[in-house]
Design a protein around this ligand. Structure first.
Ligand SMILES: Nc1ncnc2c1ncn2[C@@H]1O[C@H](COP(=O)(O)OP(=O)(O)OP(=O)(O)O)[C@@H](O)[C@H]1O
Length: 301
């Protein structure tokens, strides 16, 4: 199998240097390929290049944050000969938090991939674009947008960016009215503060909109947050971080599903796909079961 490292050089410098040192040690004498990204869209392009070469299996190591991972997945989803590992050197790295028992340090230990653990992982798909971790609409898209801006100024910080983003977003309109169809069930138009469709458990630097979400169950977990006031948002933030908001059915509807249509009355709405902000009209969100092969670190205690 060919080993290819896609490295986003914008990642945390110290972790990047340690990683390059480990690559030299662990892969000494073996043929590897290092591909550095040069800007937006490049990681996707590189992943697509290997997805189109079907003659040899490829172990792709994604070295970056959730943004790089999102791009790579969009380049190689459904390619049966690509195996993906995540080397988290971003600021948030929310996706890896869904793997219970594995820490960021475990993911960054290259020797733990010699006899890696294989896992097929579901993906979400929104009008043709894949998301690995989560998709959302409403208030938290403003939060992701604001967090992306502050990350450019202060690169470290995790949940800090999202908390700050939440506070600045409280000045914006809080939500919208949508009609929804979740599988066979129709939801008449209602005002929602935000809607989250999750494959993974964590987003926004560490919040848990869908604490029971599993990456390989063939279903998406759905959290519909009804109309809440600005003061309720602030007081609910801690519960939301712990995933305890689901115990408040007068405020939150929790569901599972395979396909969701959101009727935006043909208006463009902003959506958050793994932290990237996009605009869609009347989006359809689907789960694509077992759409990528992951190779996870095999931790030796
Ligand atoms: N050489 C480069 N220089 C600057 N930016 C780059 C370069 N290559 C890729 N990028 C940008 O980096 C972005 C992804 O960064 P990263 O993977 O850290 O994502 P992130 O969303 O900040 O994730 P996290 O929150 O986990 O840190 C891509 O969307 C791309 O625009």
């Amino acid at each position: 199998m060919k080993d290819v490292f896609i490295i986003n050089p914008k990642g945390q410098k110290k972790e990047q240097l340690e990683l390059i040192h480990q690559i030299q040690e662990v892969f000494q004498g073996r043929r590897i390929i290092i591909e550095k990204t040069n800007g937006p869209g490049h990681a996707r392009f590189i992943a697509q290049k290997y997805a189109l070469k079907t003659e040899e299996p490829v172990h792709l190591y994604v070295c970056g944050g959730d943004g790089t991972l999102h791009e790579v997945v969009n380049g190689m989803a459904q390619a049966p000969h690509i195996y993906l590992s995540i080397l988290p050197i971003g600021t948030g790295n929310d996706f890896i938090k869904s793997f219970e028992g594995l820490t960021k340090r475990d993911f960054l230990d290259l020797s733990a991939y010699q006899d890696a653990i294989e896992m097929d992982c579901d993906l979400l798909k929104v009008n043709g674009e894949y998301a690995l971790n989560s998709v959302s609409i409403g208030f938290d898209v403003h939060v992701a947008d604001a967090a992306n801006k502050t990350k450019k100024i202060i690169p470290k910080g995790g949940i800090f960016h999202y908390t700050l983003g939440m506070l600045t977003s409280l000045c914006k309109p809080l939500g919208e009215t949508y009609a929804l169809q979740i599988d066979q069930e129709r939801f008449e138009p209602e005002f929602y503060t935000f809607l989250v469709f999750a494959n993974g458990r964590f987003y926004g630097g560490g919040y848990q909109p869908c604490p029971a979400a599993l990456l390989n169950d063939g279903e998406m977990d759905i959290c519909l947050v009804k109309k809440v006031s600005r003061t309720q948002i602030v007081s609910l933030a801690k519960l939301y971080e712990r995933g305890e908001h689901i115990h408040y059915p007068d405020l939150v509807i929790s569901k599972k599903g395979k396909i969701v249509h959101v009727d935006t009355e043909n208006k463009e709405v902003k959506m958050n796909l793994d932290g990237e902000v996009r605009s869609f009209k009347n989006p359809t969100i689907e789960i694509e079961p077992h759409a990528i092969h992951l190779l996870l670190p095999n931790k030796k205690d």
